[in-house]
Design a protein around this ligand. Sequence first.
Ligand SMILES: Nc1nc2c(ncn2[C@@H]2O[C@H](COP(=O)(O)OP(=O)(O)OP(=O)(O)O)[C@@H](O)[C@H]2O)c(=O)[nH]1
Ligand SMILES: [Mg+2]
Length: 321
Amino acid sequence: MSLRHLSIDELVDRALGGDRRAVGRLLSIVERGGAEAEQVETRTHAHGTDAHVIGITGAPGAGKSTMVARLVAAFTAASRGPAVVAVDPSSPLTGGAILGDRVRMAEVDTSAFIRSVATRGHSGGLALSVPGSARVLAAAGFDPVIIETVGVGQVEVDVTAAADTTVVVVTPGMGDAVQANKAGLLEVADIFVVNKADLPGASDARRDLELMLELSHVTGQEDASRRPPIVMVDSLAGEGIDAVRGAIDEHHDHLVTTDRLVERRRRRARYEMRSRAALAFERHLDDQLHTSEVAAMVEDVLAGSETPSSAARRLWQPDAS
Ligand SMILES: Nc1nc2c(ncn2[C@@H]2O[C@H](COP(=O)(O)OP(=O)(O)OP(=O)(O)O)[C@@H](O)[C@H]2O)c(=O)[nH]1
Ligand SMILES: [Mg+2]
């Protein structure tokens, strides 16, 4: 039966009841954004707020998907089981290679819900749609919700800001740990994974991370009461996956017992509100740029009768003189 004729309210009712196809449709709506996405949000945001949102990030090819496939299998289904949102820079459209190529779907807990979102063709909206998608999945009863993103650039850091627990994956060789540091991933990491620990140089990667953590400890991390653990993993063989799971659970307990979970979610809400307001304002500005008023301001700036700064101020504060 097709779900196309259903209203958003009906889709939400079905999704909350565990209908996976309805969940899929809602995710498509959230990914498109706009008024319908907001309607979905209104109906779902109060549900599933207990779900643990886990961000997994790292360089392209670090083995994130392979590890996530293993992790999904390791998470015993508490309710409807885990869900994954994979932000996939390489897939042309959704439905590209999602989980690691060598860990076959058959090995993965079939109760998991896997969603791939392509970054290609997205401009800024992705960082906003991913937290929304995570909320839909949580509302539908999936727990934990795992978000996989490539750890380069601002969008990815934005997306990891949507997580309760952030796992940063590095690999032996090529100064991965140093790169992670440069990309600002050291501060956001709650747990480090040295994946591909079967390859030479794994202990060097571990030592690099320890050194950098030592240094950043001096300059001060967000949560000084806790040093992020470093877990050695071979995702192909499935070694170390239980330890990653253990570290994730330990971090969740830490957040709960120290009241940091609510503080993190407060910060997240603030951040998401800011991102949404900024995007809406950018769109508003872009529309403005095509009006005759702005064309006249451009001429004034060119003629030297108005400075760019004062013209800009008139753009965002049209009522100010
Ligand atoms: N030797 C070894 N290879 C691994 C391990 N984990 C993953 N790989 C391989 O590394 C390659 C990349 O794995 P993916 O899981 O697709 O990596 P990814 O980080 O998800 O890649 P992107 O999503 O494209 O950034 C694949 O060929 C994997 O088989 C590991 O623990 N050891
Ligand atoms: Mg991947």
